[in-house]
Design a protein around this ligand. Structure first.
Ligand SMILES: [Cu+2]
Length: 239
């Protein structure tokens, strides 16, 4: 017995009213009026059955962003590129992933099962990171730094006026209290060896509400429940 049989399908080569038998995710038999049974049967009712479509070029990061942050008034590529430049600093990883997954649902529903995606992960200054540090504004943040491997690094963010050397096997601490929301960048400032020039730092400073929501999301994603309100923890007395 097969897993699935699709009956009465029309194929792209012109054959009509054809049955397709599937087992273990593979097409096992194709022919007219197959005398086999299957756990599940789908009546194609003469509709076309083809191999899935492939999209060889899709910008997954920009999908479903029409109108963000505004519409392209001229409809030109140049304004589109300028718009992307306006939108990019406002993007969050969560929003990009949500839109990309929504697009995938649409794509699958239309028969698209392979997508070659182009994703803008960087900017001309080479300051993009895999994981942003997110902190609430107007809150004293205690930084405890160390380094892995065999090299020191320099955790430096000019906008915060901080430069902290971090050392393997030791903990080094400092603090910041950032008054303005925004996106702050820094780079490793300790000549640390190979790829020293590609060690960017990105810190997103948000309102306490947004920070609480971010903590909530991260905890859910990590399967940690119930959430604790980290943002409302008061600073130590010696600050
Ligand atoms: Cu470094």
């Amino acid at each position: 017995m097969l897993d699935l049989i699709i009956r009465g399908a029309n194929l792209a080569d012109g054959r009509q009213n054809i049955d397709i038998g599937i087992e273990g995710g593979k097409i096992m038999t194709v022919g007219p009026a197959l005398s086999v049974s299957a756990a599940k049967e789908i009546d194609a009712k003469g509709r076309l059955v083809t191999p899935p479509f492939v999209d060889a070029h899709f910008h997954m990061d920009a999908t479903l962003s029409l109108g963000l942050p505004r519409l392209n008034q001229s409809g030109t590529l140049l304004e589109g590129i300028a718009l992307w430049g306006e939108l990019k600093p406002l993007l969050t990883q969560e929003a990009i992933a949500e839109r990309a997954l929504a697009y995938c649902d649409w794509a699958v529903a239309k028969g698209l099962l392979a997508i070659r995606s182009h994703v803008d992960v960087c900017d001309p200054r080479l300051l993009a990171v895999d994981e942003e540090m997110v902190i609430p504004k107007g809150t004293t943040i205690r930084l405890i730094g160390t380094a892995v491997g065999n090299s020191m690094h320099g955790w430096t963010v000019p906008g915060f006026g901080i430069k902290k050397t971090v050392i393997p096997g030791r903990l080094n601490e400092g603090w910041i209290n950032v008054k303005e929301e925004g996106f702050y960048f820094g780079q490793c400032s300790q000549i640390c060896g190979d790829n020293h020039s590609f060690m960017p730092i990105a810190v997103r400073v948000v309102s306490k509400d947004v920070f609480d929501k971010w903590v909530e999301q991260k905890k859910k994603a990590a399967g940690l429940l119930p959430a604790t309100d980290f943002a409302s923890v008061t600073a130590p007395a010696n600050r």
